[in-house]
Design a protein around this ligand. Structure first.
Ligand SMILES: O=C([C@H](O)CO)[C@H](O)[C@H](O)COP(=O)(O)O
Length: 210
């Protein structure tokens, strides 16, 4: 099981400071959608240059022109690029095709997908690398989480790795681990904590113990 730190509400220098504190505890660092929108793909390039040993995920949440966006993120040295599960199959195929050409990976974000099982099954057949259940900030605010969705997609996804994101904290990590995703994505659960290193270290230990 891998651990990904999602950075959303910071600028590039602030992102570097947070990563420095936890780089030994994480496998992947996510340059979140708000950072990419505000700072551009240079955020991806700068973080990869500063932390070459970490995999860098560009959370583009692509919806169209997928091959082109994957190409541009790849040129900025992203290792993994995200596309939305609600995108057309043609877009998913375009993203996968370009990622394969560039030696990169595609994570599909199921945010806002209504029939999670059907879509996860379809996406699994399109050769994507990760399929991620995700409760975004706006649904977290009304008390939702993604655990049930993870259990649902685990039943139907046979090829891709499964991932979970959305409001995961130290206290909720044990039940997430029990559901055995391949990738756990944590944003505020690390980034908003006083002692980020201690929290990330504890999370890493819990994940190791499985
Ligand atoms: O993708 C995300 C969100 O849509 C904002 O861009 C977050 O990275 C994801 O939700 C993980 O962050 P937390 O919910 O703070 O753990």
């Amino acid at each position: 099981m891998e651990l990904q730190l999602a950075l959303d509400l910071v600028n590039i220098p602030e992102a570097k400071e947070v990563i420095k504190e936890v780089e030994n505890q994480i496998d992947i660092v996510e340059i979140g959608t708000p950072i990419v929108k505000i700072e551009g793909l240079k955020a991806v390039r700068e973080i990869k240059e500063a932390f070459p040993n970490l995999q860098v995920l560009a959370d583009l949440k692509t919806m169209d022109a997928a091959g082109y966006e994957v190409l541009k993120a790849s040129e900025a040295k992203a290792d993994i690029v995200t596309i939305l599960g609600v995108a057309e199959d043609e877009s998913i195929k375009g993203a996968v095709e370009e990622a394969k050409k560039q030696g990169k990976k595609i994570l599909v974000d199921l945010i806002a997908v209504k029939d999670i099982e059907t879509r996860a099954k379809e996406l699994d057949a399109l050769d994507v690398d990760y399929i991620c259940v995700h409760t975004g900030y706006d649904l977290q605010a009304v008390g939702k989480n993604s655990l049930e969705d993870l259990l649902k997609i685990k039943q139907v996804v046979k090829n891709a790795k499964t991932a979970i994101a959305g409001g995961i904290k130290l206290e909720t990590l044990p039940e997430v681990i029990k559901a055995q995703p391949d990738l756990v994505i944590v944003g505020g659960g690390i980034a908003n904590q006083e002692d980020k290193q201690a929290v990330a270290t504890k999370m890493r230990e819990m994940i190791k113990q499985g």
